[in-house]
Ligand binder design. Sequence first.
Ligand code: SIN
Ligand code: MN
Length: 211
Amino acid sequence: MSKFGETGPGVPPTLCLRGVELWQSWLSPAEQQAMLAEIRAVAARAPLFVPVTPSGKTMSVRMTAAGRFGWVTDKAGYRYEPHHPDGMDWPPIPPSVLAAWEALSGSARAPECCLVNYYPPGARMGMHQDRDEADFGEPVLSISLGDEALFRIGNATRGGKTESVWLRSGDVLRMAGDARLLFHGIDRVKDGSSALLRDAGRINLTLRVVT
Ligand code: SIN
Ligand code: MN
């Protein structure tokens, strides 16, 4: 059980757009550095790989994961897998990441996947829904590290009017309840807008209950 019970986080978000909640600067610069070190350790054990969509298109992000499951995509489809494509187990979800889930998810369950998306300069992510999980009553929690990214929020069906917000290093975003299945994507990343990573780029962590 989360310390906030099943009613949601106790700390109000700094911004709410179409029900998507955002806690800006939730992580201090020191906390971001500590989390980055833990994510680098994850990627050292489970290397970033190049995801390919079921239709055969190479995605511009590089991915890995921590937890019981990792989200993968290849010509066989989108799915959660208990092993990295190279065969190893996914490393455990780092403590700093679990602490953010505990504080803000409002979920009574533990996250089963921490997907790590690395955006090299020029990378983006097309509009999509997160719908490969078994229980849409469970939230998606997303943590941004590194360069700023323009996050676009759409509707429960593809198309229609959208709204955008810049996600900055240390921001945490939650999609839950009616906002859980909204289409969303990353239009662009502002290269070099954060000094957290040695080079330009962005890391996004998404935490989910899968089963
Ligand atoms: C995602 O929707 O999978 C990633 C969102 C982000 O990079 O902020
Ligand atoms: Mn998503």
